[in-house]
Design a protein around this ligand. Structure first.
Ligand SMILES: [Zn+2]
Length: 221
């Protein structure tokens, strides 16, 4: 038996298998509930509501353009930040990132922002305010979460990735500087083809916050 032939045959067979895009965890655990158009200051979008089939969590996806498995598509997993997103707080850069992501999707004419309601990296708004109070006494954003008895980051992204699958995506360009989010999307079975930086205006009021994210949480900043 000619071993080299056997090896060649096997390699060719492996190459022939296209890296398929399918959820690594099997069946989706989110359910699409409703969809409507959403005109915004940044452009015309669609809003699609999802609910988790394993918890009482709800999500929305704001999407634009034709979504297909073939086309590399801008995506962002945005974690709810009431203070940043709604009140434009300058304790963090969340509000600016959300705005910038919407602008980029509008410019590209195609993309999805999954809005995940895990306020304060999963600790909830009241605990986030408690964490802010601790930060006023000198703790950083990670130390404050730990002081309150939480992990530095309580979030998971599996179901956000499932929403991207449900919307028909495979190849994604992730608008994020959080390596955990990028890794989570890859683990879930999506093909992360690129990362897009969200350029934001720097403010002294969140300089320490960004430094902590870079130094303690590995963010690419
Ligand atoms: Zn924020």
């Amino acid at each position: 038996m000619d071993m080299s032939d056997e090896v060649t045959k096997r390699c060719t067979a492996e190459e022939a298998v296209e890296p398929e895009c399918r959820p690594s965890q099997g069946a989706l655990t989110v359910e699409r509930v409703a969809e409507a158009s959403l005109p915004t200051e940044h452009g015309e979008f669609r809003i699609i509501g999802y609910r988790s089939m394993t918890s009482d969590e709800e999500f929305v996806a704001v999407a634009k353009g034709e979504l297909s498995t073939e086309e590399p598509t801008l995506v962002r997993i945005h974690s709810q930040c009431l203070t940043g997103d709604v009140f434009h707080s300058l304790r963090c850069d969340c509000g600016q990132q959300l705005t910038r992501a919407l602008e980029l999707v509008e410019e590209a004419g195609r993309g999805v922002i999954v809005y995940q309601q895990q306020e304060g990296r999963g600790i909830g708004i009241l605990n986030k305010i408690r964490a802010y109070a601790l930060q006023e006494q000198g703790q950083d954003t990670v130390e404050a979460n730990l002081s309150l008895g939480f992990a530095a980051d309580q979030r998971t992204y599996q179901q956000c990735a499932e929403i991207l699958f449900d919307l028909g995506l495979c190849k994604v360009i992730v608008m994020s500087n959080n390596p955990q989010k990028i890794a989570a999307l890859e683990r879930a079975g999506l093909n992360v083809v690129d990362r897009k930086e969200l350029d934001i205006q720097q403010y002294e009021s969140f300089a320490n916050y960004l430094r902590t994210k870079r130094e303690k949480m590995g963010h690419i900043l």
